[in-house]
Design a protein around this ligand. Structure first.
Ligand code: CO
Length: 149
């Protein structure tokens, strides 16, 4: 286990587009483990590779219902909408209301290169959208309707 440094808002790496993972190797496994440990240590529910300075399409999520590992994730379906509070480990102490789909389906790969499909509503749908946007260089701040005090 290794904790990695979380890059903060003004770090330009957070605005870059990540590259697809092609090698499902030990390096990927270590990155996934480190992302999870770093997320947990910082009480987050999601963390994407660019947040630790790695420009690969990799993210982890755990909203309290178990670990989800996403490699090369793509949103394949969305339904409805929800408005709710959102935050980000790269933007500590800042929370704001963001509109997201109510339900999301994501196609991705696991650490072994097996295709997986994840569907979620409410907080999980929100986390899936938030983390996948990190992989394209976007922060939730761009979508905040109203910042919270
Ligand atoms: Co974030």
């Amino acid at each position: 286990m290794a904790l990695r440094e979380i890059r903060k808002k003004d770090d330009e790496i957070l605005s870059k587009v990540c590259k697809e993972v092609k090698a499902f190797d030990n390096k990927l496994a270590i990155l996934l483990d480190d992302l999870y440990d770093t997320m947990k240590k910082n009480n987050g529910v999601g963390l994407a590779a660019p947040q630790v300075g790695i420009l690969k399409r990799v993210a982890v999520i755990d909203i309290g219902e178990g670990k989800i590992e996403l490699v090369n994730p793509v949103i394949t379906k969305t339904e409805g909408s929800q408005v709710g509070s959102e935050g980000c480990l790269s933007v500590p102490g800042v929370y704001g209301e963001v509109e997201r789909p109510f339900a999301v389906t994501v196609s991705a790969y696991d650490r072994n290169g097996e295709k997986i499909e994840i569907s979620g509503t409410e907080l999980l749908a929100r986390a899936l959208c938030h983390e996948i946007e990190h992989l394209d260089g976007h922060l939730f701040l761009e979508k905040v309707i109203r910042f919270e005090e």
